[in-house]
Design a protein around this ligand. Structure first.
Ligand code: EPU
Length: 426
């Protein structure tokens, strides 16, 4: 009988102790793709131990790169050939949507990119129109055929003025990576400002790119003819950091998060303060303590520096056991409330209407089998399981593993009763 992995979380333990962060999933994959922009050997450090890093490594290998991952040193060394291949196949793209981030570097470096279309996923339809529009403005010919996005540029791309309808993280990255090698100036107005965008800008600058306005909504890029390989450390994962912060608050515990950037998490930490937690900012991270039942907190997800959508499920979990009611508004991904149905299996009282969810706090949840539908839903369900009476069995562990390196050992080290088990699939 085929078996699947589950997490068995037995609730009721107060978590207390220290955890250390590694680099951000949502940065490292783009940094790896950005190495395509320069022939030679680049080294990325502070790399998290997650499956997506392996998938991106495999994608780069198929493009002709040599990729060596050293988990002990948390580095990935990538040697990029003079002329990489330009096709990203569906078998990899379907496993990792972020594969699309090779689009920009390939068009600007080799004049062509054939990238399988990722399609929708569990959190929504996730369009690519702004990526395509940006590349077209720079002179690329972009079509879609047989499930592939085909982008070609007979000569060098040409800098252009672009204005994003919405500060999309992915579109900002695609246009940025195309623009650094284009001829002339590109302006990206209404650009995303996430710390992961700043991270990639800093890496590109160290490679020789000329970018102004880093960290603001207007990026101005002066194209250069060639870039050099680089050594660059990945920015710490603010979403993993925020997940630990909620773990402290929901279990009425005391967690210190090291190697973190508290300034990348200001709104979320402030919300925890409103919920009744004591938050101390440290030189290398922060500490969150909670000594009572949390108070409900309203949340509105927005592009950075607004409240991150990737922490929304974790805060719904917190609100589900809080005192009072909270209104949670999701503005980025239409299907992110899917996990609410799973949370309801634990007894949470949540009503959704379009992109709003009304969460009425319960004094207790009760453990049950649940299914993680995406990475952050998985984190939210584990957090809820930590305070539910009895045992919560979380299916869909593969989703959690994609975003949370060493999650189970770290949880156990601070007192959680969590085990990973194989169970047979009925
Ligand atoms: N959108 C379009 N057209 C586009 C681009 C985006 O309609 O051309 C829409 C999307 O459909 C979505 C919204 O704009 O509704 C936001 O998309 P964005 O491009 O900002 O997000 P992304 O680049 O696809 C990254 C992270 C997400 C994170 C978002 C927002 C990676 C690999 N993914 O996605 O992370 O939620 O930014 O911060 O960087 C996660 O880690 O769990 C995760 C989903």
């Amino acid at each position: 009988m085929p078996s699947v992995e589950v997490l068995r979380v037995t609730g009721g333990r107060r978590l207390s102790g220290e955890v250390r962060l590694s680099g951000a999933k949502n940065s490292v994959l783009k940094l790896m793709a950005a190495t395509l922009l320069a022939p030679g050997t680049s080294v990325i450090s502070n790399v998290p131990e997650i499956l997506d890093v392996e998938i991106m490594g495999e994608l780069l290998r198929r493009l002709g790169c040599e990729v060596a991952h050293n988990p002990e040193k948390a580095t990935v060394t990538i040697t990029v050939p003079e002329r990489p291949d330009h096709r990203a196949d569906y078998d990899l793209v379907r496993r990792m949507r972020a594969s699309i981030c090779v689009l920009g570097p390939l068009v600007s470096r080799v004049g062509a990119a054939d990238v399988a279309l990722p399609g929708g996923d569990n959190i929504g339809s996730r369009g690519l129109d702004m990526h395509v529009d940006g590349l077209r403005r720079m002179g690329a010919d972009v079509t879609s055929e047989h499930g592939y996005l085909l982008a070609h540029s007979p000569g060098r791309l040409v800098g252009a003025e672009t204005w994003l309808d919405f500060p999309s993280v992915g579109a900002t990255e695609t246009i940025l990576m195309a623009a650094v090698l284009a001829e002339g100036t590109t302006v990206i107005d209404n650009a995303a400002r996430e710390p992961e965008i700043v991270d990639i800008c800093e890496m590109l600058q160290a490679m020789g790119a000329r970018i102004d306005g880093v960290g603001t909504s207007t990026l101005t890029i002066e194209g250069v003819e060639a870039l050099q390989p680089v050594s660059h450390a990945t920015v710490p994962d603010r979403i993993v950091a925020g997940t630990w912060a909620v773990a402290a608050a929901i279990t009425q515990g005391d967690i210190t998060v090291r190697d973190a950037r508290a300034d990348h998490l200001s709104i979320a930490l402030e919300k925890l303060g409103t919920a009744g937690a004591q938050v101390d900012i440290l030189d290398d991270g922060f500490r969150v303590r909670m000594d009572r039942r949390p108070a409900a907190v309203d949340i509105v997800t927005l592009p950075y520096p607004g409240f991150p959508t990737d922490l929304q499920p974790q805060f719904i979990a917190l609100n589900s056991v809080a005192e009072g009611a909270a209104l949670v508004t999701e503005n980025l991904f239409e299907a992110r409330f899917r996990f609410v149905q799973e949370l309801a299996r634990l007894g949470a009282e949540v009503r959704t209407d379009g992109h709003h969810a009304l969460v009425r706090g319960r004094s207790a949840l009760s453990g049950a089998p649940v299914e993680a539908t995406d990475i952050r839903a998985g984190a939210g369900l584990v957090l809820a399981g930590l305070v539910a009476e009895g045992t919560t069995t979380v299916y869909g562990v593969g989703h959690i593993d994609r975003g949370y390196a060493g999650f189970v050992p770290a949880l156990r080290s601070i007192g959680a009763d969590v085990v990973r088990e194989e169970v047979s699939e009925a």
